[in-house]
Ligand binder design. Structure first.
Ligand code: ADP
Ligand code: MG
Length: 253
């Protein structure tokens, strides 16, 4: 099991972030900060711009305006992405079906020849144990349940010893029990290794259950930001409407 005593999470600052696609503005100038080591949930209905925002936070998309900083250094500056270790757990999980679970988890390390095969095997075993999948190295992804696939995807993210993990809808497509297990896993990892966790979710119960702070996003704008308790007490009509109605599951997650 991973034992990292020093808290390793990094902070993230977003200022005036705007993004359009094909002349249509999707993100209308977002400002927020994620503190080192916190669980920060971006909650909002389907189509509100959550996944687009997450792709910006890991440098997969470039803003039209505004900037994103990691520990006060612009994310797009040379070397910054190489200096910090960030991992994203994609909505689909994104395991490669032709590889074993172990090969999937160790893929980044073996592709970049960062470790010897024996070291990679040790790290893979450790990360699988961390997410409750001990001994599943030789299974194929098709042999895993939906919840186990998500956990394997988290193990793959952990293999790079990230300082920041981004999760896109980690519990979508899961039954309620598996959702609880994954939520628990995210909290435990956050506490044990101190990794900063940014989670995108339209799941209100998950968001309020695990977040240190929540940002409610609607139509490309942050309408409210605060602790779950502060969000619950928010007088903002949009937030009140969200909380009363809950979020519908997207038809095409
Ligand atoms: P969600 O909050 O459900 O994750 P998204 O961030 O995926 O929403 O999408 C927000 C909006 O941006 C949607 O209207 C979507 O169609 C649009 N969008 C996302 N990515 C692209 C893209 N690459 N090109 C054009 N439009 C996009
Ligand atoms: Mg999305």
């Amino acid at each position: 099991m991973t034992t990292i005593t020093q808290k390793c999470g990094i902070g993230l600052q977003v200022r005036g972030l705007r993004k359009s696609y094909g002349g249509q503005e999707i993100l209308h100038g977002l400002d927020f900060e994620v503190r080192p080591g916190e669980i920060f949930v971006l909650m909002g209905p389907s189509g509100s711009g959550k996944s687009v925002l997450l792709r910006h936070l890991i440098g997969l998309e470039v803003p039209d305006e505004g900037d994103i900083q990691l520990d006060s250094q612009p994310i797009l500056a040379e070397d910054v992405m190489g200096k910090y270790r960030m991992a994203m757990v994609f909505q689909s999980g994104g395991l490669l079906n032709s590889l074993t679970v172990g090969e999937n988890v160790g893929l980044y390390l073996s592709e970049h020849q960062l470790k010897t095969p024996a070291e990679i095997a040790r790290i893979v075993a450790e990360k699988l144990e961390d997410v409750g999948l001990k001994g599943t190295e030789d299974k194929m992804p098709s042999e895993l349940s939906g919840g186990m696939k998500k956990r394997a995807a988290i193990a793959r993210a952990l293999a790079i010893e990230p300082q920041l993990i981004l999760y896109d809808e980690p519990t979508s497509e899961l039954d309620p029990l598996s959702s609880v297990v994954i939520a628990d896993e995210i909290v435990q990892l956050n506490q044990r290794i101190g990794v900063t966790s940014v989670i995108v979710s339209h799941d209100r119960d998950l968001s309020f259950g695990i977040a240190d702070r929540v940002a409610v996003i609607n139509e490309g704008r942050i309408v409210s930001i605060g602790t779950p308790e502060e969000i619950r007490r928010s007088p903002d009509p949009m937030v009140r409407e969200f909380l009363a109605a809950g979020f519908k599951r997207p038809a095409n997650p």
